[in-house]
Design a protein around this ligand. Sequence first.
Ligand code: SAM
Ligand code: DTB
Ligand code: SF4
Length: 333
Amino acid sequence: MTSYTLPELLEIYHQPFNQLLFQAQSVHQKHFKDEVELCTLLSIKTGSCPEDCKYCPQSGHYKTNVEKEKLLPCNLIVARAKKAKEMGAKRFCMGAAWRNPPKSKMPELINIIQSIKDLGLETCMTLGMLTKEDSDKLAEAGLDYYNHNIDTSESYYPEIITTRTFSSRIETLKNVSSSGMKVCSGGILGMGETTEDRLEMLMMLASLDTPPASVPINKLIPVPGTPLGDELKMAKVDNFDFVRTIAVARILLPTSKVRLSAGRTEMNEEMQALCFMAGANSIFYGERLLTTANPDQNNDLKLLKKLGLGIESNMEAKAKRIDQIDDESLNVL
Ligand code: SAM
Ligand code: DTB
Ligand code: SF4
């Protein structure tokens, strides 16, 4: 349970930048090594989503350039997971543009989970809302994590999504926990929300009976065609505000992985280093997120090496060898 009130959190948030980073990094060092977790994403079902999330290029309510795809066949997903493992990913995260997974697809999803687990990777899926029955089935199949973001504060939520409620999001998170899977839940910064909204979102996550094992913090990727896609109209999140929010996430959720998620292509190395200093210790690793670009994998490995950050990876991975190789050979990893 979170023991901070909103005014207390605002005070933490607004303290001098160095003090905030010192506080966050002190919490971080108590609970974690200097390591970053690598998770690779794949969109296994793309576009035509019935939900109207204003940020999302996959919503069927907006006209975007996303190419729609039905659920990918298991062999293709496994091939992508093998590649991710070779590149050093620890977890394979699969996203589907559904309001909820259709009953008819459950056998296929179960087969996919088991096939990826057989590769020795951790598994995560994000498929929309889950009933307890669905989440029990996924947990029994061996799914380790379920991602379901609350995205913003409860009061700002209806400005962003009208086709579902904030409380339905919390309901799914409860189902996921009670089925024994680990919860991955976070949000997006840069949708016009206030600092208070950002902190309330983090307080809500910290107050869950089981706080999320991992908390993705995304920076809005404005995608043309979506209501939040017009870059000129959207106020960009200030970099220092972004770092401060990561620091508060680390302080409020001391044992959760905090994932620096969408938006890294717009961040230079120094900005990412500040986010790691504030307590981020996980990234999406691979050239694509779901439908948008992510930084080059070799550049990510180089950055971690420059910062002396280890890689929490699968044991046989090439990336594990990063300490033994010089910068030149990183280019051929
Ligand atoms: N349909 C499922 C759901 O909504 O839970 C899973 C897929 S959905 C694309 C996963 C998450 O991606 C969203 O909750 C949102 O936080 C993030 N996301 C989607 N579009 C984004 C964008 N343009 N910029 C940043 N994050 C985004
Ligand atoms: C999360 O919080 N961010 C990821 C993952 N969970 C599923 C998705 C980011 C999507 C960015 C837009 C896109 O690539 O379509
Ligand atoms: Fe659908 Fe998820 Fe995109 Fe919302 S965020 S439109 S639920 S794919």
